[in-house]
Design a protein. Structure first.
Length: 290
DNA sequence: GTCCATGTTCTTTA
DNA sequence: CTAAAGAACATGGA
C-alpha cells in the first residue's frame, strides 16, 4: 500500500512518538527481513537515541544520535506502528523495538513484557514492524548513504526540466518510466495512474515523445496529486495504516485507480483498465487520448 | 481451486 | 550491448 503519501504519513505520525527517545531493546522475530543478513541490529541500536526520521522515496530513514542510519521499506503490506505492552501483537510482526518513554511514568501501569535490564526502570512502549507478504524489510546503513542508493529525485521538489531530461532518454511507456524509482522516487501504481489522469496523458505514451508542455503539466499533476493525497493521509485499500493505526482517506477520492468500468469523474466515459508491465493501469480514454 | 493485490529484483527476450 | 517484458518472491482476500 505504501507509496509516497502513505510513507510520508507514517513518518509524520512516527516523529512525535520517537524523536529524541532512546532505544531499550530490539527483538528480531524473523531475521530474514533484515539486510545485510546477519547484522547485529541490537548491538547497533540499543542505548542510542533516535535523532530524526525522514522519507526518501518510499523508504523510512531513521538517523540515530550518533549519525548511523537504518531504513524500513514497507513493501506491499508493511506496517510500522506504535504500541503499548498490553496491545495484542498481530501475526507477521517481524521486528519489535522497545523505546524509552520520555514522558511521566505514572500514566501507564502496564509493565513491559520482559523486564530484564536496569534500562526498564522507566516505562516504555514499542515500535512494531509487521509485513505479511514480506516484500518489505529493514536495511542497516551504518554511516553510509545506502538509503539514497538507486533513488531518483524527490517528486515534490522536482523541476520540470529535470523530469523532462529523465523522460527524454527512454522509449518506455510514460507509466513504466514513472514507476521506476530510479527515474522519480516515491510514485507507485496508484499515484502514477492518478497523476497521468490529472495531466491528461495516456499511460502508453512513449516517455520520450512527451512535449515540453506535456512534461510541465505532468510535473504539476504529480505534485498536486501527491500533496492532496498527503492531506488526506494516504490511501487505504486494504492493509495501510499510519503509525497510530489510523486508515487513510484518499482512496475515496481516486479518479481512475481501481475504478475500471465506472464513469470518469470528469466526462462520464467508463474508466478503462489495461495491463502494462504486469501492473493494472487505469485511465479515461476520452480525457487521456492516445 | 482461481485470480488479484499499494513493490522490487532477477531473468529472459527482443 | 541495451532496453523492455516477464517471472519470481509470500500471503491473504474475493
Amino acid at each position: 500500500m505504501p507509496e509516497l503519501p502513505e510513507v510520508q504519513t507514517v513518518v509524520d505520525t512516527l516523529r512525535p512518538n520517537l524523536i529524541g527517545r532512546t532505544i531499550l531493546a530490539v527483538t528480531l522475530h524473523r531475521p530474514d527481513v533484515l539486510c545485510p543478513p546477519g547484522t547485529d541490529l541490537a548491538a547497533a541500536l540499543v542505548g542510542r537515541a533516535i535523532g530524526s526520521i525522514d522519507r526518501r522515496g518510499k523508504r523510512i530513514v531513521f538517523t540515530l544520535a550518533d549519525g548511523s542510519r537504518f531504513y524500513v521499506h514497507l513493501g506491499m503490506t508493511g506496517q510500522l506502528t506504535i504500541a503499548r505492552a498490553g496491545d495484542a501483537v498481530q501475526s507477521h510482526t517481524h521486528l519489535v523495538i522497545e523505546i524509552e518513554d520520555g514522558g511521566s511514568r505514572m500514566e501507564d501501569s502496564r509493565e513491559p513484557s520482559s523486564p530484564s535490564s536496569i534500562l526498564h526502570a522507566l516505562s516504555s512502549f514499542f515500535l512494531r514492524f509487521r509485513d505479511p507478504r514480506r516484500f518489505g524489510g529493514v536495511w542497516w546503513c551504518g554511516s553510509g548513504n545506502a538509503a539514497d542508493a538507486n533513488m531518483g529525485p524527490e517528486p515534490l521538489t522536482l523541476r520540470p526540466s529535470q523530469l523532462a531530461k529523465r523522460l527524454a532518454v527512454t522509449r518506455r511507456p510514460v507509466k513504466s518510466a514513472l514507476l521506476d524509482q530510479a527515474v522519480v522516487a516515491g510514485l507507485g501504481n496508484i499515484y502514477v495512474d492518478e497523476s497521468l489522469f490529472a495531466a491528461r496523458i495516456h499511460p502508453l505514451a512513449r516517455a520520450c515523445d512527451l512535449s515540453t508542455s506535456d512534461v510541465a503539466r505532468l510535473n504539476r499533476a504529480i505534485k498536486s496529486t501527491l500533496r492532496r493525497a498527503i492531506r488526506h493521509r494516504g490511501s487505504t485499500l486494504r492493509d495501510y495504516r499510519d503509525a497510530n493505526g489510523a486508515a487513510g482517506g484518499f482512496q475515496l477520492l481516486h479518479r481512475v485507480y481501481d475504478r475500471a468500468g465506472q464513469p470518469c469523474r470528469a466526462c462520464r466515459t467508463p474508466v478503462q483498465r489495461i495491463v502494462l508491465g504486469g501492473r493494472s493501469t487505469h485511465f479515461c480514454p476520452r480525457c487521456q487520448p492516445g
